[in-house]
Each structure stands twice: as C-alpha cells, then as structure tokens.
Write a protein that binds this ligand. Structure first.
Ligand SMILES: [Zn+2]
Length: 199
C-alpha cells in the first residue's frame, strides 16, 4: 500500500538506513526525536556541493566544545557528549534526493530529561512576544532592561529569562551593544500599546 510509505515520520524510530524526503523534514525529525528522548539536537558540520547539502552531522546539545570564560560554565557545559547522527543525500542512485541516515551513535554522557526539554520549550517567547521584541529593538532601540519590564507587564504569566531575551534581541540587532535604554522612547511605546489594547 502506497499510503503506509509516508508514515516514515512516525517519531518512534530513528535507525540506520532510514530515509527522509528532505533536509527540512530530516532536521525536524531528528530535533523532535531528541526532544522526546530528553535532549536538544544541534545541527553541526555540513558538507555542501553548491547550494545542495550532501552531508550533515547532528550532535547533542552537550556535544559541542565550548571556549568558556568562566570556570563555572566550563564545568557544566564542557562535557562533550558523544551522541551524533550522520545523514547524507547521495548524488548517485538517488533520483528523489532522499536523505539517508548513515550512522547513529546513540550514547550520552549525561542525564536525559524530557521534562527539562519540555520546560525549555514552554518558556520560549510566543510569536506575539517576539514581534514586540523585534519592534522595541528595531524600531524603538529600547534596551534589554526596559524590554524586560515591558514584557513582564504585558505577559504576567510568562517567565522572562534574560538569556532568552538577549538571544532574541540579538536576532534583530546583531550588535546588541548599541542598544540604548531610552526612557522617553519606552514610555511612548507603552502609551501606544495602552491605546491599542484598550480599543
Ligand atoms: Zn548528549
């Protein structure tokens, strides 16, 4: 039956020889597989021919070497987990450009926690918050401290983690250094929002 063939994304199985229909689906599949097993997946080394991706390695979030400044961070992050998956999209005998899982090293050197991954997902900003951050960053040049105060006021049930906020701000303003904490701009923006919200 033709239909069953498409059930390849069934999250249960990640095995050598598995095929996926595109890199996007492969990325998503492996990321979800990691999440449901209690760890985050990072896209690591990639080999390209022109614009086409030929090979990709996925590693565990704890699999990357960090060059840390603080000794405290070093002890928690620099554990170099061996988990990795190699996938490839061979050029030969592969008319549909399928992605093949070639190698899986399914070992970790740390505890896995589905709850911790779930928690990280929960604390991520929703789309509206990201739009607010983009607006405040791009348009108003508001600094992180003021943005945080604004977000806490507008989304009282959402914990605002500085790390996440900085990361999101950076996305819109790679040189976060130039952020100013202009109080006047902030209050204009707040007034606008109050007007908008009371409509
Ligand atoms: Zn790991």
């Amino acid at each position: 039956m033709e239909m069953n063939y498409n059930v390849e994304n069934n999250s249960a199985s990640l095995h050598t020889g598995k095929t996926l229909t595109s890199w996007t689906i492969c990325d998503q599949f492996i990321s979800n597989w990691g999440k449901s097993n209690g760890f985050g997946v990072i896209k690591d080394k990639v080999v390209k021919k022109g614009v086409e991706i030929r090979r990709r390695t996925y590693i565990c979030e704890h699999g990357r070497k960090y060059t840390c400044k603080s000794a405290k961070e070093t002890s928690t992050k620099k554990i170099l987990c061996p988990w990795h998956v190699n996938a490839s999209c061979p050029k030969v005998n592969n008319p549909d450009s399928a992605i093949f899982i070639n190698k899986i090293v399914d070992e970790h050197n740390h505890d896995l926690s589905v709850e911790a991954v779930k928690f990280r997902e929960d604390k991520k900003f929703n789309d509206e918050m990201v739009r607010d951050i983009q607006f405040m960053t791009d348009h108003c040049k508001i600094g992180a401290t003021a943005q945080r105060r604004y977000l806490e006021g507008k989304y009282p049930s959402q914990p605002i983690y500085s790390q996440d906020l900085y990361a999101t701000i950076k996305k819109f303003r790679p040189t976060a250094k130039s952020l100013s904490n202009d109080a006047a701009q902030m209050s204009d923006w707040l007034d606008e929002q109050k007007e908008r919200d009371s409509r």
